[in-house]
Write a protein of this length. Structure first.
Length: 248
């Protein structure tokens, strides 16, 4: 798998957008992801909606693979890491062991979310309402007013692209160069279209949309001043493959 095809500047800081939905900040050796929603499957099962109970394990294994690839010194989980207040107690032994190993291996920061305002401290890591590093501030819910350097989750942005005559719904990053929204990383997470007011209202100027592909991230819409992509022809989507997603 190739990585590093899509980078951008956010408030002057260079971030690499990974096809997994995580962001890699090489200058700070920091890996960031949002909305893991551990134990969403078991939460649904309690209300009679039965889903395969492997979502937490699958998400943790994806995180472990990213850590093995990037070797971060710091990991920031941008809130809603746990689907509800009882999620930690429902973790299986394998999931607890894997999560404990991950939080011991790096400086791990749990940002508080609306689903998990009090993440289980016994799993390791540090709990914060937000965290400022360099020119960036990491929080779960984006502020309603413009906020330069904000990196947030919560919204679960998605976009639609056209390819081969089909319309595909893909998770995506969204940025105007001043702030960045991350896609949901968890296995069982839906999303809001980037044309919805919950997304458009956060940006005072035109924004860029970066759709997740299987092995790379594609810039499918947005102003040139936001984009800082590698000049890799293979990484560029063909004009006939992806239509621009316009703001309403």
């Amino acid at each position: 798998m190739t990585r590093g095809d899509c980078t951008l500047l956010v408030n002057g800081e260079t971030l690499m957008l990974d096809a997994s939905g995580a962001a890699w900040w090489a200058a700070e050796k920091t890996l960031v992801f949002a909305d893991l929603h551990f134990e969403k499957g078991s939460s649904y099962a309690r209300s009679g909606q039965f889903l395969p109970p492997y979502d937490t394990r699958a998400t943790l294994r994806r995180i472990a693979a990213l850590i093995a690839h990037f070797h971060p010194e710091r990991v920031i989980a941008l809130g809603d890491s746990f689907h509800d207040g009882g999620a930690g107690a429902r973790l299986g032994e394998e999931e607890i062991a894997l999560l404990a190993a991950l939080t011991r291996a790096v400086v791990w920061v749990w940002v508080e979310g609306n689903h998990d305002p009090d993440p289980p401290a016994w799993l390791g890591g540090t709990i914060k309402s937000d965290i400022a590093v360099g020119g960036l501030t990491f929080r779960h819910i984006p502020l309603a007013e413009p906020c330069a350097g904000e990196v947030a989750g919560h919204i679960h942005p998605v976009t639609r692209i056209s390819r081969g005559g089909l319309s595909l719904r893909r998770r995506c990053f969204v940025s105007d160069g001043l702030r960045l929204l991350l896609p949901a990383f968890g296995a069982y997470t839906g999303g809001y279209d980037v044309r919805e007011e919950s997304v458009t209202s956060l940006f005072a100027r035109e924004f860029a949309v970066f759709a997740l592909g299987r092995e790379r991230v594609y810039a499918v819409a947005g102003p040139a001043h936001v984009l800082a992509r590698k000049k890799n022809v293979e990484a560029q989507p063909k004009a006939t493959a992806i239509k621009t997603v316009n703001r309403p």
